[in-house]
Design a protein. Structure first.
Length: 248
């Protein structure tokens, strides 16, 4: 499913609207425009193999099998879908950028959440994540993609295609981080009892995708616990936001 979503996003929105994407798929776009006989999917597979070799050395061969199969499936589907359907450009270029980014980020994010990578910039980002732990996967992908998009603009002197690609990749990075990490918003939880006199209250902050596990833990410890969940508009500390002295 994710491979199909990846292929649809590329063949329906990126390629016909001349929106450059990042990663090895973006490199495939460049080579395909220079040499039309080179299919984007085939180029993507060829360029991904060295990256998967590096990942296999880092994580082991078995952990890379599913990811390699996912990359192979997505790349093959790009070429098959391109041969089967002739997609037309959208009239609204901005909408094409936004939805291209959403579909791309959703497909990659779902795979990353399942411990799978489609290769390209997300695979390179995963390798860089070992060194730059403080930078999110989405941000690392965005930085890699910006370099490739800038190269596209220089080679083809197409500022519009590059700017459209930047918008699409930014939306993709936001979507990817939301899928992988959950919403950046947090919630404040109060646990205790209201009987008109002072009681100890336990406060904790957590992300929305952690609420089910927290409820299960609380109920396992105390089935009669009084639990309040409300929005916390600003959370500063380890695991959440941090401010420098100039921002306080």
């Amino acid at each position: 499913m994710c491979g199909a979503l990846y292929a649809v996003a590329f063949d329906w929105l990126f390629q016909p609207n001349q929106i450059v994407t990042g990663g090895v798929t973006g490199i495939g776009q460049v080579l395909h425009r220079l040499i039309p006989a080179l299919p984007v999917g085939v180029v993507s597979i060829a360029l991904n193999i060295p990256l998967f070799v590096l990942l296999a050395r880092r994580q082991g061969f078995r952990s890379c099998v599913r990811s390699f199969c996912a990359m192979l499936t997505g790349s093959v589907m790009i070429d098959l879908l391109d041969a089967a359907v002739a997609f037309r450009p959208m009239e609204n270029q901005f909408l094409a950028c936004v939805y291209a980014g959403v579909l791309f980020g959703l497909s990659i994010g779902l795979q990353l959440r399942a411990g799978i990578t489609t290769g390209g910039s997300d695979l390179a980002a995963r390798l860089l994540k070992y060194r730059y732990l403080h930078i999110s996967i989405g941000r690392l992908c965005l930085m890699i993609d910006l370099v490739i998009i800038a190269s596209y603009a220089v080679v083809f002197r197409s500022v519009d295609g590059a700017l459209s690609g930047i918008v699409a990749m930014y939306v993709s990075s936001l979507t990817m981080d939301t899928v992988v990490y959950g919403s950046t918003r947090a919630r404040m939880d109060g646990e205790g009892a209201y009987q008109g006199h002072g009681k100890d209250v336990l406060l904790t902050t957590f992300r929305p995708n952690q609420i089910t596990a927290l409820k299960q833990t609380v109920l396992a410890i105390d089935p009669g616990a009084f639990l309040i969940v409300c929005d916390a508009h600003e959370v500063i500390g380890e695991g959440f936001a941090s401010y420098s002295e100039d921002e306080l």
